[in-house]
Write a protein of this length. Sequence first.
Length: 388
Amino acid sequence: MSDPIVVCGAGIVGLSAALGLSRAGLDTVLVAPKQPLPSKAPGVYCPRVYALSPASQRFLAEQGVWDMLDQQRITPVESMQIYGDASGQVSLNAWQAAHQELAWIIESDELERVLRQAVQLFRVTWLDDRFDNFAQRGVSLASGKSISAPLVIGAEGGQSVVRQAAGIAHHSKPYGYAGVVTHLRVDRPHQGTAFQWFASDGIIAFLPMPDTSDAHQVSLVWSMPQDQADTLMALDAAARAEWLALRLKVLAGHDLGTISVRSAVYAFPLFCEYSDMVAPGVVLVGDAAHRVHPLAGQGLNLGLGDVQELLHVLVSKESYRSPGDMRVLSRYRRARAEPVLAMRTVTDGLHRLFAVQAPPVVMVRNLGMQLVDRLPWVKRRLIQGASR
Ligand SMILES: Cc1cc2nc3c(=O)[nH]c(=O)nc-3n(C[C@H](O)[C@H](O)[C@H](O)COP(=O)(O)OP(=O)(O)OC[C@H]3O[C@@H](n4cnc5c(N)ncnc54)[C@H](O)[C@@H]3O)c2cc1C
């Protein structure tokens, strides 16, 4: 029997990689700490939610995972309302590109829960351990154990130890911004609309969530300057909730009425990061390989795109080549270069464009948004691009 492929990291990207490999008949071992997931309770929602693109949804459906998800906790996004920091405004509707949905909002825990069930169903060996270093023809783990492997997949997120141990070139730029997330109670139904404001104090998104027993609900992702986030997080919970409710009412009261905070508030530092995605016998996927600004809600989608491409490359390789052969891995590197660069350029570019407060720039960017809003073919292209 040949040595297994080792996947390090059991976030959504690592679990998807292990599941996909095992479904494709490739012997796989998952190495990651088995942290328990909070048990599911009615009316309690995981603070971390993702906007999944149609391409990610199709991939999860192909892996048999989509139908295992609790459909009551998935919210389809049918339209997007984007506001600039002056008169700019863009409305995107799924029907403009003959789609039914632009995206789906889903909780991180829910996705992890079904992926864990699926890897168990496919009998993937999961070692409750951590990658420590490379050993002769394989990896050594924190427990002292070692495993021979022709290919090691680094899926352990932004702090990837696999990436560091393999000496893979990596570029990291902290934005000096934090992503502040929480769930909000709103007066009026969101009607499947995601809202985004490019405001003077950051980029603020409301993602539609399931109604609770007593109110309508949206999830907040606010990319705000780090010092402002530090001040906010230093307040006690009641003062923080009051401050958020007041500020958000000014912004969104017109669309959603009164707003209040309904869960704990978290803040994540934001980075723009990218690396060479391969080395002999090593490949990176997900945040281990790249991190983008969350303004387009595409980080996880990019990671799932990596997994899809890696599976394709490994399944279609010549039978005489090892999965860790650089000729095989270079195909993955080539295929992912363009989509990763494009996403980084768009998200980083928009972040920079809206960070400038000079009046001529404010005027031009808002006029640009008005122009886009009047061009159906540009909107169609935007929707089709985001779907991929
Ligand atoms: C505020 C915010 C909002 C976002 N919103 C969206 C969105 O709407 N849509 C979207 O697509 N993306 C979004 N993203 C991006 C998304 O969160 C990430 O891209 C995604 O979670 C990355 O998943 P991952 O599995 O690669 O890494 P992680 O989720 O970081 O998982 C890494 C795993 O590796 C394990 N690990 C760590 N060290 C080791 C080791 N030594 N050995 C073994 N295992 C190890 C960890 O325990 C963890 O389970 C957002 C990001 C932020 C900050």
